[in-house]
Ligand binder design. Sequence first.
Ligand SMILES: *Cc1c(COP(=O)(O)O)cnc(C)c1O
Length: 397
Amino acid sequence: MAAAPRPDLLDRLAVQTAERESAQLRRRLRTIEHADGPWLETGGRRLLAFCSNDYLGLAQHPQLIAAFKRVADDEGVGSTSAHLICGHRAEHAMLEEALAAWTGRERALLFSTGYMANLGVLQALLARGDLCVQDKLNHACLLDGAQLSGAELKRYPHADVAAAARQLAARGEAGALLATDGVFSMDGDVAPLHELAALCRREHATLMVDDAHGLGVLGEDGSGSVRAAGLGQREVPVLMATLGKALGCAGAFVAGPAALIDGLMQFARPYIYTTAMPPALAAAALTAVQLAQTESWRREKLTALISRFRTGAVQLGLTLSPSSSAIQPLVLGDTQAAVDAAQALEQQGLLVTAIRPPTVPAGSARLRITLSAAHEEEHVDQLLDALETLRLAPAPG
Ligand SMILES: *Cc1c(COP(=O)(O)O)cnc(C)c1O
């Protein structure tokens, strides 16, 4: 029998891209020519954005910029190597100490991105034969990390602690990690952390929380969803969070017991085999940590803007998601409806992205509206006025 002809990989990819296009699911890149707080200039137009993750409005803070410039002047731009060679600078060490103290943990370890942090943790902790239990709405990189680890991946329906319990109990002999977003990135709701912690204690499973959207935003001092739930390192030994969202920088860290951090330094390949973040960026992030802790008015302002939005949206008859975080999605269901709504808002000078499958489950396309302490009340009102003109039909079901 003649072998089938070898497929051309680039042709196959082009066919897949064309399929995305015809299903209205093609992702498009937009170049931002200038950023000025929540205002973005693109295609020669100035748009008011409700889609960034700069929840505390720190990305353009003068003190972050000054710290960044000072260290760039003194130390240059690149860290010149991986942490374990000669890339680990005093700025990284100070930032790790500050992150550990803020989150109430023994130690912290920097990664270049959150994606890499999650790949690193899961690949270091889990092995073939282990069990990794995850919320179905977890961020893509937690799922990818579990796959990379070779462990068996079980996904439970969103926030369904009983289902997670069944998945753990079914394999009582296996090493087990339960991983959840703290604040869900596309929905804005908080994971049932207390119940998950109790479950993990009963099942002797390790609990990991990805707090990319909780750090800086939740808790009195902004230390995130875990401490806001009254939980600590004992209940949640593995905490990961990013520096690119509320802290307005880039990069990520994992915080927890010394044994975790020591082990990650030995076994987390995305830590070992990559260039350390620029020291100037670490200095800017340290400044951001200090501001996030001390300037609680940013969280108070954000909270006030969130409730202004929710109150206004309810008055418009819009169906809100059960979220008290900066992420306030309007789930429209149909992909075309979400794309049309985003385009109509853009015509009115507002930038809100339509989030479509496969980023969210089929039938749950949405406008992912995010609020920031960089917004003002009149910005929220402008958004509500524009939403009123759209006459959005709520998602079926
Ligand atoms: C953004 C995000 C990440 C990835 O972080 P990056 O630093 O952007 O790579 C991981 N987890 C969650 C929940 C996120 O929202």
